[in-house]
Ligand binder design. Structure first.
Ligand code: AMP
Length: 418
């Protein structure tokens, strides 16, 4: 029997219902802010990720699904979506006017990761990217949209963890101090960190090896080396978040592992299941668009993992909200025809209704209704047809009543059939 590829899973039932609920809520929340959806291809040229996510990142070095296609192109199944969105925005000249451009995306991403709980090789992300505005007000707009989205989903114990990673002008002084710190205790760091300190010192902070984390105790903080502009930006963002009632803490050790981040870096911590843990991250990336060959356009964005979010919501809230349809059961051949016609009228009127098309015994159909969690069953037999009614069985109580056919739609929350 064939099985799904390792690290890739089928989505259905209760888990998929959460995915759908999250996606519907995301679209509603983001469109309300003026963001519009963008869908980019799953395959991109390797260069797109080498230049954006960075040659030295774990994603590019170890985790990419990349291969040569039949035309000899070196392509990658996207490991994240920001690079593709920026590539598309440049290609279609969407960033050439001075107007802000607001995009969100929802889609699968691929990383060849070591397997562990909640980590998949195909996983889903929802993200928002705002292009063209460098102000702290733009950061605040995106963050409050994210906060209200997560609150609307039902997460209550949220905190933003904030830092500023400054600009390329303020980084050399920090890097020099950090390299000196590293050099003084280099024997305590792993081989990967020795490579990182050469290529991109900030990445050493991301190392997951416990002895490296211990060796980092007391390291120089990027926040002590910030330029005037970054400091002002950061102070203003904090002021705005306080005004908006978005809870945050400062984390001077928070850096994003990607090369193109400038100024604001953030994570969202959730205490909704057990100890506080990060559920997403993002920040400002004023340099990426130009770096990928586009105009000099600032940007702010973030991405949240849908798999993880669905899992948290399932634990916090149980089943995803869903109204089961009613079930219409015809008894006999004449009723089977009339039931199809009635069902069609009800569907047109906007009623959620499942039609029993197997024929056969009522008992079997009612047992199915029970298993499907259906609350309302409509029974249509010859007697009902002659009287112009349906028999309605409320599954929770077992009670039965008779409704005139003309009232069925209205009583099930649809438009009137007349
Ligand atoms: P990143 O693009 O690495 O900053 O990740 C953003 C979010 O995507 C994380 O907070 C995770 O929730 C999610 N994510 C990243 N990698 C995976 C994975 N392999 N499986 C499931 N979710 C992931």
């Amino acid at each position: 029997m064939a099985q799904s590829v390792k690290g890739m899973r089928d989505l259905f039932g209760a888990e998929l219902r959460w995915f759908q609920h999250i996606e519907e809520t995301a679209r509603r929340c983001f469109e309300r802010h003026g963001y519009r959806e963008i869908r980019t291809p799953i395959l991109e040229e390797l260069e797109v990720f080498k230049r954006s996510v960075g040659d030295s990142s774990d994603i590019v070095k170890k985790e990419m699904y990349d291969f040569e296609d039949k035309g000899g192109r070196h392509v990658v199944m996207r490991p994240e979506n920001t690079a593709g969105v920026v590539r598309a925005a440049i290609q279609h000249k969407l960033l050439t006017s001075s107007d802000p451009v607001l995009f969100y995306y929802i889609g699968p991403q691929f990383r060849y990761e070591r397997m562990q709980t909640g980590r998949y090789r195909q996983f889903w992300q929802i993200g928002a990217e705002s292009f063209g505005v460098a102000s702290p007000e733009s950061d605040a707009e995106s963050l409050v949209m994210l906060y209200d989205f997560l609150r609307e989903l039902g997460l209550a114990k949220l905190t933003f963890s904030l830092n500023s990673v400054g600009t390329p002008e303020s980084r050399p002084a920090f890097q020099a101090a950090f390299r000196a710190f590293f050099a003084a205790r280099q024997e305590r760091f792993c081989g990967d960190c020795h490579r990182r300190i050469e290529e991109n010192p900030l990445r050493v902070l991301d190392c997951k090896v416990p002895t490296c984390q211990a060796a980092l105790e007391g390291h120089p903080l990027i926040s002590d080396f910030l330029d005037e502009g970054s400091l002002r930006h950061h102070a203003r963002l904090k002021e705005l978040l306080s005004e908006l009632g978005v809870p945050f803490t400062e984390d001077p050790r928070l850096v994003r592992g990607l090369d193109y981040y400038t100024k604001t870096a953030f994570e969202v911590l959730s205490g909704d299941i057990g100890a506080q843990s990060a559920i997403l991250g993002g920040g400002r990336y004023d340099l990426l668009v130009k770096h990928l060959g586009g105009p000099d356009v600032p940007a702010f964005g973030w991405a949240i993992g849908l798999d993880r979010l669905a899992m948290v919501l399932q634990q916090v809230r149980g089943e995803a909200p869903q109204t089961p349809p009613a079930l219409l059961i015809p008894l006999g051949e004449r009723a089977a025809t009339e039931a199809l016609k009635l069902a069609r009228d009800l569907w047109k009127a906007g009623v959620a209704l499942q039609l029993e098309t197997r024929g056969g015994a009522l008992k079997k159909a009612l047992a199915s209704a029970n298993r499907l969690g259906i609350q309302t069953v409509l029974i249509l037999g010859d007697g009902e047809l002659d009287a112009g009614t349906v028999t309605v069985k409320h599954m929770a109580t077992g009670e039965q009543e008779s409704w005139p056919l003309s009232e069925v739609s209205k009583r099930l929350g649809g438009l009137s059939l007349d």
